[in-house]
Write a protein that binds this ligand. Sequence first.
Ligand SMILES: C[S@@+](CC[C@H](N)C(=O)[O-])C[C@H]1O[C@@H](n2cnc3c(N)ncnc32)[C@H](O)[C@@H]1O
Length: 164
Amino acid sequence: MEIGVYTGYSLLSTALALPEDGKILALDINRENYEIGLPIIEKAGVAHKIDFREGPALPLLDQMVDDVNFHGSFDFVFVDANKDNYLNYHKRLIDLVKVGGVIGYNNTLWNGSLVAPAYAPLRKYVRYYRDFVLELNKALAADPRVEICQLPVGDGITLCRRIS
Ligand SMILES: C[S@@+](CC[C@H](N)C(=O)[O-])C[C@H]1O[C@@H](n2cnc3c(N)ncnc32)[C@H](O)[C@@H]1O
């Protein structure tokens, strides 16, 4: 599953890495941006692996959590959307990813702002989301259901392997 597709850069990478019969559920509130990148996904021959759904991710995750058939049904989830909901996503994704499966949260270094002093000048959106990312990082570190590893590449990606 991917939450936050935009024009499909990470989606294409995942689709290329999957076997021929692999499937990705791709969620984004904006289909127009997905359609900008879709010709490239088609040219790469992987469009058949993607099930794109337009709309906010949280209600769809709630629907899946309500259906036990979806529990433990995902091998990998990449989360790269609105940071103010990451913790809400995690609360649901932990049921949907299988034991041994991985959830990746992008931007967990959040522009380096997490270690900035309170008086540091930060761009408005960086300051707004900062506390949500801090809260997520603390919750993941304390969550006994996952083993985590934060990769200091780009803006930071935290990989969480579900262990129970
Ligand atoms: C940083 S971009 C994703 C970039 C993409 N993963 C890539 O590699 O190019 C964030 C995306 O999250 C989407 N988004 C924001 N809020 C969302 C929500 N509540 N549910 C689903 N997608 C959302 C935005 O529309 C935007 O396309």
